[in-house]
Design a protein around this ligand. Structure first.
Ligand code: DX5
Ligand code: ZN
Length: 223
């Protein structure tokens, strides 16, 4: 199994104190900072753009995991890459020319990630999987933090891990939405190795303890 990474989502942060919040997450043991970009069209919510990603880049040494929940992401890839995104996600549902957009991310020297909404079948990955650093399986419908994990996503994670292994690839599986310390272990057992958590970390009093509990649960299952 590839190494476990915890990627707190700053969607749950205090946007007036983002640099402090990111410094606190870094000190609490986060591996990536997950940045949710929403355009008010692909999803019914509006969040942040490249200037904020640039400011985050100055606030942490951790990789910025930039989840673009936007229409026409091909218009924006270069700007997010220049702003300091390390991993750039596009939604398969937003890309009629998904293969081309994946190559565009790679040609900017960034790690390409394809995100799938809960209802989107894994078959859309068939001809791009080899070019991806990671696949993001949404475990809620995207747009908002604080929603409940959709249990039907567990077999989807298992099926994707099986597909990746059957092709002999090293592709990370990230899960996003409704992930907490108490369901992290079952997702890792199913094959996920990058866990996004917004409210599951921010709504707890001790972020370092919550991140440690997520790692511990996952390690216990690995034994
Ligand atoms: C949802 C976002 C998530 C969100 C997760 O559209 O992509 O990253 O912040 O929030 P929680 O962990 O609270 O479900
Ligand atoms: Zn996200």
């Amino acid at each position: 199994m590839p190494p476990l990474r915890i990627a707190p989502s700053i969607l749950s942060a205090d946007f007036g104190r983002l640099a402090d919040e990111v410094a606190r997450l870094t000190a609490a043991g986060a591996d990536y900072i997950h940045v949710d970009v929403m355009d008010g069209h692909f999803v019914p919510n509006l969040t942040i753009g490249p200037p904020v990603v640039r400011a985050l880049r100055r606030a942490t040494h951790l990789p910025l995991d930039v989840h673009l929940m936007i229409e026409r992401p091909e218009m924006w890839i270069e700007r997010y890459a220049e702003a300091g995104a390390d991993l750039i996600h596009v939604h398969a549902e937003a890309c009629p020319h998904l293969h081309r957009v994946v190559q565009q991310i790679r040609s900017c020297g960034r790690r390409a990630v394809v995100a799938l909404n809960p209802h989107t079948p894994l078959s859309v990955l068939d001809y791009v999987l080899e070019d991806l650093s990671m696949v993001l399986l949404m475990t809620v419908n995207p747009g908002f933090g604080g929603q409940s994990f959709i249990p039907q996503m567990l077999p989807k994670v298992r099926a994707l891990r099986h597909l990746i292994a059957s092709r002999g690839l090293q592709v990370d599986i990230e899960v996003d939405g409704g992930i907490k310390a108490d369901n992290a272990a079952e997702l890792v057992a199913a094959g996920a190795n990058v866990l996004v958590a917004g409210s599951g970390i921010f709504d707890t009093p001790d972020w370092a303890a919550t991140i440690a509990a997520m790692r511990k649960g996952a390690q216990a299952l690995a034994r």
